[in-house]
Design a protein around this ligand. Structure first.
Ligand code: ADP
Ligand code: MG
Length: 708
């Protein structure tokens, strides 16, 4: 019996983008590292924002197949149920993300069958391979819709069931029907009946299933002779839960009935959320299981003695982002729920025990009848069960239309012989001519009653026999009642698959261990660094303390520390300004007069001040001093003054000139007709810088200032 606490197992599954989404151009925002169990969600609204990471026991991406999920995640749990533990698998998530696909899958497609059908195969194969064990398997199917429980296997679908609680077996659904099933085919039939009832009355099946919780319950009882030689029974119960869609309900203008429905649907899911929170935070002594039908029914599975696997389903597309984040947070919290799984051994109300007892009682009765007592048969009432085992409160319904062949040849022959004897007797009496008619009639009548009694007895015995056969047929015995179709090869294959799954898990474990070691080393280094920093800081602090203690007067220290203020934003100490500081250490304020002025003023002065004028009576600021700047007594240097004429002459004189060739033209001096030879034919040419010629007539007359 395991009493160790273990966390509930949480796995995440992301379905592939469907054709509609691909056609609409939706992008996948989910990344999954299947090996490490890590899932990353990229925020589509804000590319800059860091993506969100989550780690789970396992993650299954869009390529995952049903069989893989079953072998890795669900098979161990169902195996535990076969060993007498209670187990729960529930699928959580937004509508359309694959809860039903995971739980039920696609009917008639072997590859796409979900947990429920796969568990059927698993259970009956396990039983077929068992030895020296007797099993009894039964199934129930219920739905919670608007906080009402409907038995999906009941004949009357309008009935609503109640939850009851018993101190020994806990919470159960009163009057929930359960069907004993002998094979995969039979339990599949039960599931199909329930599913068809589920859709009855629902106008929109999609909407209905997104708002209701469906729970398929398989109870497996197993009896075995223990080491003590006694017969022991253990009972495992498997809850397979397809929850309502986790999306916020009724945000689309819900009113009236819709709103009521919405709040009720939310009730179970939010109660589930509250239960998870309360379990996880470790402070709550009260876990609000009683807040909803769902949480009461699953009480055992959340923080109780069951083993639980939660599958969180999410969609891959960007428009699922918010719901996906919510689902992952929810799942992340659920990881921390601790259960204490425990085998249910020899419960008082095991149906198997009742079956066994009843069969031996019937057998005893039969053998008594074989002793020839006539007339005691046919009176036995149909057995009724009070309450159910751990949640099922029905009578152990027995299929009475069982068409089992009854093998009672010896007894039948015996009866035939007796009948024959009676008939012979009758014939002899009829043939006897010596008897009086009256006497004859009496004896014949006697014979007839005897004959009838015999018939009745035979019928009763037949009934008893078939009853025993029917009951025995429900009890499954390994290797006998079921033909094991799986040959050795298949067995090997399954073993290999299990081994593979185990190896993968082992690999995962090793990787995680490595990661843990890395983290620990990193942590150690960081710690050493921190310690070093701390040492340095302490040393520095000691120095500062030394200085303060020895060189700063205590009153100054006190003043400063009272003014010191820590600025959280700037992450540093600052000193409050003196004027604003309060208390005895502040600087003395400048006193004010009674009238609030800075200095006493006579009334006369006030009146005069109001009148304006004489500044002498201004209360404040008598002196209004503008700075009197000194007059300028100097002048800027301007240089000597020269008369314009002189200046011009100077300029002209100082100007650089190019070479001047002066030729004397003979008739230059106009009045002189007789020119010298030298002067004849020549003109005076003054070459300017531009090379133009200046008319000699215009040449200025010498003014005599510049000597020639
Ligand atoms: P839910 O029950 O959560 O509302 P369903 O199980 O009905 O969602 O899934 C919605 C659709 O997506 C269905 O058509 C289903 O076949 C498909 N689907 C879900 N999960 C997968 C998967 N892992 N692989 C392929 N198809 C899937
Ligand atoms: Mg569904």
């Amino acid at each position: 019996m395991s009493k160790k606490a273990e966390s509930i197992k949480v796995v995440v599954r992301c379905r592939p983008l469907n054709s509609k989404e691909t056609a609409a151009g939706h992008k996948r925002i989910v990344e999954m590292d299947v090996k490490k169990g890590v899932i990353v969600l990229n925020n589509p609204n804000n590319q800059g924002e860091a993506s969100r990471n989550f780690t789970f026991d396992a993650v299954y991406d869009w390529n995952s197949i049903q069989k893989q999920l079953y072998d890795e995640t669900f098979r161990p749990l169902v195996e535990s149920v076969l060993n007498g533990f209670n187990g729960t698998i529930f699928a959580y998530g937004q509508t359309g993300t694959g809860k039903t696909y995971t739980m039920e899958g696609v009917r008639n497609d072997l590859e796409k069958r979900g947990v429920i059908p796969n568990s059927f195969d698993h259970i009956f194969t396990h039983i077929a391979r068992s030895q020296d064990q007797q099993y009894l398997v039964r199934a129930s199917y219920l739905e919670i819709y608007q906080e009402e429980i409907r038995d999906l296997l009941a004949k009357d679908q309008s009935k609503r069931l109640d939850l009851k609680e018993r101190t020994d077996t806990g919470v159960y659904v009163k009057d929930l029907s359960s069907f004993v099933t002998k094979s995969v085919k039979e339990i599949e039939h039960v599931m199909n009946v329930g599913n068809s009832n589920r859709s009855v009355g629902a106008t929109n099946m999609n909407e209905h299933s997104s708002r209701s919780h469906a729970i398929f319950i398989i109870t497996i009882e197993c009896s075995q002779v223990g080491v003590d030689g006694e017969n022991h029974i253990c009972v495992g119960k498997l809850n397979l839960v397809d929850l309502a869609g986790s999306e916020r309900q009724g945000k689309t203008g819900a009113a009236g009935v819709r709103l009521k429905e919405a709040t009720k649907i939310n009730l179970s899911l939010s109660a589930l959320s509250n239960v998870i929170s309360a379990l996880v935070d470790g402070k709550s002594s009260h876990i609000p299981y009683r807040d909803s039908k769902l949480t009461r029914l699953l009480q055992d599975s959340l923080g109780g003695n069951a083993k639980t696997v939660m599958v969180a389903n999410i969609g891959p597309a960007s428009y699922n982002y918010n719901e996906s984040i919510t689902t992952l947070r929810y799942a992340n919290r659920a990881k921390n729920i601790k259960n204490k799984p425990k085998i249910n051994e020899d419960p008082k109300d095991a149906l198997l025990r009742e079956f066994q007892d009843e069969i031996s009682r019937l057998k005893a009765e039969l053998s008594k009848k074989g002793g020839g007592v006539v007339g005691s048969g046919g009176k036995r009432k149909r057995r009724k069960r009070r309450g159910g085992q751990g949640g099922t409160g029905s009578d152990g319904e027995i299929d009475e239309e069982s068409d089992e062949e009854v093998e009672v040849m010896d007894e039948a022959e015996m009866y035939k012989e007796a009948q024959l004897k009676l008939e012979n007797e009758k014939q002899t009496i009829l043939a006897n001519q010596n008897m009086i008619a009256e006497e004859k009639e009496k004896i014949l009548k006697d014979l007839l009653t005897k004959q009838n009694d015999l018939k009745k007895q035979q019928q009763a015995q037949d009934a008893l026999n078939s009853k025993i056969k029917a009951m025995e047929s429900k009890l499954l015995v390994g290797g006998k009642s079921i033909v094991d179709h799986t040959n050795q090869q298949e067995k090997e294959l399954e073993k290999k698959r299990l081994l593979l799954a185990e190896q993968q898990l082992f690999g995962k474990l090793q990787r995680v261990k490595c990661e843990i070691q890395d983290l620990q080393e990193e942590h150690l280094m960081e710690r050493q660094n921190l310690e070093q920093t701390q040492n340095e800081l302490t040393r520095e602090l000691k120095l500062k303390m030394l200085i303060i203690e020895n060189f700063i007067p205590p009153e100054e220290r006190a003043k400063i520390s009272s003014r010191a203020e820590f600025d959280e934003e700037g992450d540093q100490w600052s000193l409050k300004p003196l004027a604003k500081s309060e208390g005895p250490l502040q600087m003395a304020k400048r006193p004010v007069t009674a009238s609030g002025n800075r200095r006493p003023i006579t009334d006369y002065a006030k009146v005069s001040a109001n009148k304006g004028g004489n500044p002498r009576y201004k209360a404040e600021n008598i002196l209004k001093i503008d700075l009197d700047l000194p007059n300028r007594t100097t002048r800027d240097y301007e240089g000597p003054t020269v008369a314009p004429r002189v200046q011009a002459a100077l300029d002209a004189a100082l100007k650089d000139e190019e070479d001047i060739d002066i030729e004397i033209v003979p008739n230059f001096f106009g009045q002189n007709k007789g020119k010298s030879k030298k002067e004849k034919g020549k003109k005076i040419v003054r070459t300017t810088k531009k090379g133009g010629a200046v008319n000699s007539e215009l040449y200025p007359t010498a003014r005599g200032l510049v000597s020639k």
